[in-house]
Write a protein that binds this ligand. Structure first.
Ligand SMILES: Cc1cc2nc3c(=O)[nH]c(=O)nc-3n(C[C@H](O)[C@H](O)[C@H](O)COP(=O)(O)OP(=O)(O)OC[C@H]3O[C@@H](n4cnc5c(N)ncnc54)[C@H](O)[C@@H]3O)c2cc1C
Length: 428
């Protein structure tokens, strides 16, 4: 059976590996860009997805290339702690939470795809420009127009997905909430535990900081994201900011008085050499991801606001669930339908919750209840209320300890006989 993936992001690459592990060997990933992304901004990968990567044999590599996240602190702009919780192994998960540069994660996954499936399994400079689902024909361009036949096509082509647009032609551009994200990295002295993620905020701004690499003499590479209400000129894509000093001025105006625990924010911003801007965008949930032999995965299926470290995390889980269903069903349509039934309702709920910033809404609430700050957090929230916000978010995304530690493994090998069928009767 020939499986074609569109998009060499985290979702597409993880799917190629998961499919190979499940016994599929004719798998190719097409990527529009001429080479794989080398953008180094950070991602937190939650233990549910780290478990999937561990079962694919990638845990040691992840540990080497990233930093284990041990705790999460939610703070007021003054640095007063609203909520603190253990993360990953420290919180009793069987697998760590990992903070890692996206470029490194893409590098780890791409190397594994090539090792398992061969160099030809990743085709760059090949943009999908059209598809005919009924005939199993997909057209891509790499200078000339070329046609690829496939039994299954997975659109893992991100928030601006061409595969999704083929089925939702009038959907239009992603939705924005009017916030702009600034993103950068800077070397700094280590802070807090060395594996701490800090989120600060009031009712309209957010600042996230965590280390993604450790250097010598206790230094670390800090990944930071700052979000505040501001128009972004570009309707949907990341842009490197050329006027970095102008950008630093804007950031210092918005966040200069903020005090992340154990860090000198003015210095971190001053030491950042490249700043990218993005509009904060997501998509509405859609009623279907699967159309015959085509399905959607990752941001193409369920793009959400970046709150709660779920976008890439859930793309990796999608990859394993999809591979499991394709290996467990003898009919392609049934397999893709079962994947959608398992994943779509849960992801739609997460998209909805992320519109009110997921677990970060405790910061909005803290600001609303105590706009001038607080002496003791117990005067603003009960411990139970804070714990419930965190617990219910984790349960919705199925990354709470009980679920992650106890659910059956998704490791599976495809049964070779009988061959998979399409619901048009043909065998694959
Ligand atoms: C500021 C910020 C912070 C974030 N932090 C986190 C975090 O901590 N944890 C987390 O889990 N997630 C986080 N996310 C979300 C995460 O980055 C995304 O959800 C994730 O990268 C989506 O992966 P993907 O593979 O679905 O799509 P993408 O990474 O967008 O990959 C899609 C790929 O498809 C290619 N492509 C597009 N169109 C075509 C075409 N027509 N033909 C061929 N190829 C095509 C693109 O070039 C790209 O390589 C964050 C996002 C932002 C903006």
């Amino acid at each position: 059976m020939r499986i074609t993936l569109v998009g060499c992001g985290i979702g597409g690459l993880a799917t190629a590996i998961a499919l190979h592990a499940a016994g599929f060997e004719d798998v190719t990933v097409f990527e529009a860009a001429p080479r794989l992304s080398t953008q180094g901004f950070g991602l937190n990968i939650l233990p549910n997805a780290v478990r999937e990567l561990a079962e694919l044999g990638l845990l040691d590599e992840l540990r080497q290339q990233g930093v284990q996240t041990r705790e999460l602190l939610m703070c007021s702009p003054q640095g007063d702690v609203v909520w603190r919780e253990d993360r990953g192994l420290s919180a009793g998960y069987g697998w760590p939470q990992v903070s890692i540069s996206r470029a490194r994660l893409v590098g780890v996954l791409a190397a594994e795809v090539r090792r398992r499936l061969g160099d030809g399994a990743i085709v760059t400079g090949a943009r999908l420009v059209g598809l005919d689902e009924a005939r199993g024909v997909f057209v891509h361009e790499d200078g000339a127009r070329r046609t690829v036949e496939a039994d299954v096509l997975v659109g893992a082509d991100g928030i601006h997905s061409a595969v999704r647009a083929a089925f939702y032609p009038s959907e239009g551009p992603p939705r924005t909430n009017g916030m702009t994200l600034y993103r950068g990295t800077a070397w700094s002295s280590g802070f807090l535990t060395g594996g701490s993620m800090t989120v600060l905020g009031d009712d309209r701004r957010r600042l996230v900081l965590y280390p993604i690499d450790h250097g010598t003499r206790g230094r670390c590479l800090i990944n930071w994201v700052a979000a505040f209400p501001a128009p972004t000129a570009d309707a949907g894509r990341s842009r490197p900011q050329e006027d970095v000093s102008g950008m630093r001025e804007v950031l210092l105006r918005e966040f200069g008085g903020w005090s992340p625990p154990d860090l000198d924010l003015v210095r971190v911003i001053g030491d950042t050499e490249r700043i990218h801007t993005y509009p904060m965008i997501d998509r509405d949930p859609v009623p279907r991801w699967t159309f015959g032999r085509v399905t959607l995965l990752g941001d193409a299926a369920h793009a959400m606001y970046p709150a709660g470290s779920n976008g890439a995390t859930q793309a990796i889980v999608d990859a394993r669930v999809l591979a499991w269903h394709l290996a467990s069903h003898s009919d392609v349509g049934e397999a893709l339908g079962a994947y959608e039934a398992e994943r779509l309702p849960q992801m739609a709920e997460l998209q909805r919750i992320n519109r009110s910033m997921g677990p970060e809404r405790v910061l909005t609430l803290a600001h609303q209840r105590a706009p001038r700050g607080f002496e003791r957090i117990g005067d603003v929230f009960s411990e139970e209320e804070l714990a419930e916000i965190s617990r219910s978010y984790a349960a919705t995304g199925k990354f709470d300890q009980d679920w992650v530690n106890s659910r059956p493994s998704l490791s599976v090998r495809r049964r070779r006989q009988p061959a998979m069928r399409h619901n048009n009767g043909s065998a694959a």
